[in-house]
Design a protein around this ligand. Structure first.
Ligand code: KG4
Ligand code: ZN
Length: 339
């Protein structure tokens, strides 16, 4: 088959990103313009500011991605863009830009599901990885245990009933004074803490053993801190962080291993921003090794939001014949597997 160069564009939350990927795995450029410094001032992502920043940056980001890859727009074969789920105003910037670009340069356009992108990030560094496999997607907005039956064919085995894992990290970090974004900060500070200092709950959902719930854990942390405060006692930030993180990691590993027992996949792959958590990576790797199941994880830079993963997902959608029309729109609550 002829070489296929895909330009990926991502703007679903607070990262404006563009990337050129060859044949679905070779990353030629990966440009990410993060807005974290701006949103940190407000303690979380402000949607209106995110849209405006995407508008200001997208053209430069795409041009840099082409320049880094040593290519011009004419050399690109396909334009892939995230069209959901995410913040509608933020998504619209990427979608509108991608449509104009594809129209102007007469290239096929492929709308990509953001979570499909996260899962596909695993193909970048694991060239031999092929469906079927099981995947745990843990990000700021999603916590999904997915059976990747084939390219573009996803069966959701379990999902969170309330907060996403990343959301819980961010909220707890704020409460214990670590600030936004909480995930990487809790990850780091936990090395100085005792993960057994507090016995925080590990929620189980009786109707579906693969579903998750993190709001009870978040409340348990809050209650513990309030109780200490009322007694005039202080707490060790690193101990709270480490104990909270251990509870999240335990739940993610337990659910994943139960799914491995039932589905007996050849490979288990993690994805999404929380998949860059060093404690989770180690725990999953050990648990999979015990089960004798191959474990895959993207490098941290391909776990958090990026456009290389969107280009990879776009590549697979394109070769499956799934292109989008000029009516492609942002779909903030897009379901996985829906086109
Ligand atoms: O995938 P992502 O970049 O964006 C979404 O699609 O949501 O995920 C962002 C989430 C945030 O909640 C952030 O705190 C979390 O991933 N995160 C982490 C780590 N790095 C990012 N959580 C735990 N440990 C980390 N090292
Ligand atoms: Zn994401």
């Amino acid at each position: 088959m002829k070489d296929l160069f895909v330009l990926g564009i991502e703007s679903s939350c607070d990262e404006t990103a563009a990337s050129v990927v060859l044949n679905g795995h070779k990353v030629l450029s990966n440009v990410i313009s993060s807005q974290i410094d701006i949103h940190t001032l407000y303690g979380g992502v402000v949607p209106e500011i995110a849209s405006r920043k995407h508008m200001e940056r997208i053209d430069r980001v795409v041009k840099k991605a082409l320049a880094d890859a040593g290519m011009s727009a004419d050399d690109i074969d396909v334009i892939a863009v995230t069209y959901g789920p995410g913040l509608v105003g933020a998504l619209l910037v990427g979608v509108s830009y991608a449509k104009s670009y594809a129209w102007a340069y007469d290239k096929p356009l492929v709308g990509v599901h953001h979570i499909e992108g996260h899962i596909c990030a695993n193909y970048i560094e694991h060239e031999d990885l092929k469906p079927p496999f099981l995947s745990l997607v843990v990000s700021g907005g999603h916590t999904h245990l997915v059976n990747v039956a084939d390219y573009g064919k996803y069966e959701i085995l379990g999902r969170t009933r309330d907060d996403a894992a990343g959301e819980a990290f961010d909220k707890v970090a704020r409460v214990i004074g670590l600030g936004y974004p909480g995930g990487p900060k809790i990850d780091k500070v936990s090395y100085d803490g005792d993960p057994t200092a507090y016995a925080f709950p590990r929620a189980k959902i009786s109707e579906n053993e693969y579903d998750f719930s993190f709001s009870g854990l978040k409340s348990a942390v809050l209650n513990e801190l309030n109780a200490l405060q009322m007694k005039g006692l202080s707490y060790v930030q690193a101990d709270v962080a480490a104990s909270f993180q251990q509870a999240v990691v335990d739940v993610l590993v337990t659910h994943s291993m139960a799914a491995i027992d039932e589905y007996k996949p050849e490979c288990f792959a993690i994805a999404g921003g929380v998949a860059s958590n060093t404690h989770l990576r180690k725990a999953m790797e050990e648990a999979c090794a015990q089960k004798g199941v191959r474990f895959c994880m993207p490098s941290p830079i391909y776990c958090t939001d990026n456009a290389a993963m969107i280009a990879v997902a776009g590549y697979h959608e394109y070769i499956a014949g799934n292109t989008s029309g000029w009516d492609l729109n942002a779909v903030p609550a897009l379901k996985l597997g829906q086109r």
